[in-house]
Design a protein around this ligand. Structure first.
Ligand SMILES: Nc1ncnc2c1ncn2[C@@H]1O[C@H](COP(=O)(O)OP(=O)(O)OP(=O)(O)O)[C@@H](O)[C@H]1O
Ligand SMILES: [Mg+2]
Length: 277
């Protein structure tokens, strides 16, 4: 058996909350979470607000130190990686956040935004920086003639494409999308999902795709992990988890989503009937 791209085991994050009269209370936001991500696949992470999805993403991206557990990347323990090892890891794992405008520097041109990751990684682009930025813009469906514009001059969907292009700049193996399409209008959302799928087909990297919309998850992910109160309560292939959820929380989550896919809904109900009968 070869190593998965990413292996998380017992990943835990505790926060200390300060209460009245200087009292302190420990709060476990991520509680012994474990999952694998294989190269080229998409693992979705779903769950209610506050269930620990973004904290898990931050731990995996190493934007935050875990309180416990381990992280391995390509077979290497990177749980407490620092210095050059951490810099190398940052070149392989990138994050796309929900709000493109707050994650893009408003005073930098798109060209500067898209070349900054290369400068940080000490990578020399093949052509000039300008060519590199234009190439990235083309890959994500933006007009390369707009490389000297500022983020505010783009629409929400276009700005998110800049965020995606920035993530791709260093040639990552894992891209973490934390609600990356959640704030977009439905039609724009569909286009950005299509873009994410195409980029994955072209480059073969993996996604950890955090979303609360299960219909979106079904369009992009092969496997899904369901989080509740800091724990993964169920994980497996989307087909299995969505049509035959074993965990009561997953069942509630599925019952709450609008029925936009009749075929899926029919299979799901068939299964529930079978279970009962
Ligand atoms: N830096 C922090 N300090 C203290 N508590 C935090 C911190 N970051 C997150 N939390 C808490 O940890 C819990 C999990 O938060 P997290 O942002 O991971 O949830 P989420 O699943 O991403 O939610 P949402 O769907 O709303 O984005 C929440 O109760 C949150 O308030
Ligand atoms: Mg979140």
């Amino acid at each position: 058996m070869s190593d998965p791209l990413l292996r998380a085991r017992d990943l835990t994050k505790r926060f200390t909350a300060r209460g009245p009269l200087g009292s302190k209370a420990e709060f476990t936001a991520v509680d012994q979470v474990g999952f694998d991500v294989e190269l080229g696949e998409t693992l979705a992470v779903v769950g209610e607000s506050g269930s620990g999805k973004s904290t898990t993403a931050r731990l995996v991206a190493k934007l935050m130190e875990p309180s416990g557990g381990t992280l391995e990347f390509e077979g290497e323990d990177i749980t407490h990686a620092k210095g050059p090892a951490l810099a190398r890891y940052r070149g392989k794992v990138q994050v796309v956040f929900q709000d493109p405008f707050s994650s893009l520097n408003p005073r930098h041109t798109v060209e500067r935004i898209l070349t900054a990751p290369l400068v940080y990684q000490g990578i020399a682009p093949r052509g000039s920086r300008r060519e590199h930025a234009k190439e990235l813009m083309e890959r994500v469906g933006l007009n390369p003639d707009h490389s000297l514009r500022y983020p505010a001059q783009f629409s929400g969907g276009q700005a998110q494409r800049i965020g995606i292009a920035r993530a791709l700049a260093v040639g990552p193996k894992l891209v973490i999308c934390d609600e990356a399409v959640s704030a977009l209008d439905v039609s724009v959302q569909a286009q950005v999902i299509e873009l994410l799928r195409r980029l994955q087909r072209e480059s073969g990297f993996s996604y950890i795709f955090i979303a609360h919309d299960l219909a979106v998850v079904r369009q992009i992910a092969q496997r899904v992990a369901v989080m509740s109160k800091g724990r993964i309560v169920e994980q497996g292939p989307c087909e299995q988890v969505f049509t035959a959820p074993r965990d009561p929380y997953t069942q509630t989550l599925l019952a709450a989503i609008p029925r936009i896919d009749p075929e899926w809904d029919r299979r799901r109900r068939e299964h529930v009937t079978k279970e009962k009968g």
